[in-house]
Design a protein around this ligand. Structure first.
Ligand code: AMP
Length: 195
């Protein structure tokens, strides 16, 4: 199977985590989730974890240089060259997108697509309050959503300008949403195979 090179975008609470796990099962890319990497570092008590912990708890973003460093290191591993990747939670700011563009050129692995799982703000707020994760206080949720609109939403235009953006309706049954995602990815891959 051809390796896929994907970004999944979506507000926190859009079902991105669930859908990313299913995409990994189907297409077998390396799942590069910056949120998971940071939570693992916090749990392990590493230097990175110590730096990131307060920012994560407040719903703030960890600094671009730190995040770009951990992602570029991960993308340089041989398993990524072989299996492709699914970037999840990254890029989250215009500076991260610019850095990503450079790593991908260096690695010789251009993106196939950036898929935005589109779920309205009211719906994601209700879902996050219901899931009750440690960093899901009302204040932190508000902060994360505000940062999404100011920092991450502009990336949709950035990807669209490069012809890479696909928007998928994230409302509805999990299997139905997954089918929509797989359809747009299969469409991208068949174009890539034919060229
Ligand atoms: P997530 O699981 O993607 O919602 O990430 C959880 C938290 O980790 C976020 O609220 C941020 O504090 C931090 N984080 C994850 N990815 C990034 C990123 N690309 N840039 C900055 N901070 C991030």
């Amino acid at each position: 199977m051809t390796a896929v090179h994907l970004v999944i975008l979506g507000r926190q609470g859009s079902g991105k985590g669930t859908q990313a796990a299913r995409l990994v099962e189907l297409y077998r890319p390396i799942h590069v989730s910056t949120g998971d990497m940071l939570r693992a570092a916090v749990a392990a008590g590493t230097e990175l974890g110590l730096q990131a912990r307060a920012l994560i708890d407040a719903g703030d973003l960890v600094g671009d240089d730190l995040i770009n460093g951990i992602v570029s290191e991960r993308l340089a591993q041989p398993d990524v060259a072989e299996n492709g990747f699914l970037l999840d939670g990254y890029p989250r700011t215009p500076d991260q997108a610019a850095a990503m563009e450079v790593f991908l050129v260096e690695a010789g692995t251009p993106l196939d697509a950036a898929v935005n799982l589109d779920v309205p703000v009211d719906e994601v707020t209700a879902r996050m309050l219901a899931r009750g994760r440690a960093d899901d206080t009302e204040e932190a949720i508000r902060r994360r959503l505000a940062l999404y609109e100011s920092e991450t939403a502009p990336l949709l235009a950035w990807f669209a300008d490069r012809g890479l953006l696909d928007v998928v309706d994230g409302l509805g049954d999990v299997d139905v949403v997954f089918g929509r995602l797989a359809d747009v990815i299969d469409g991208r891959m068949s174009v890539a195979d034919a060229s």
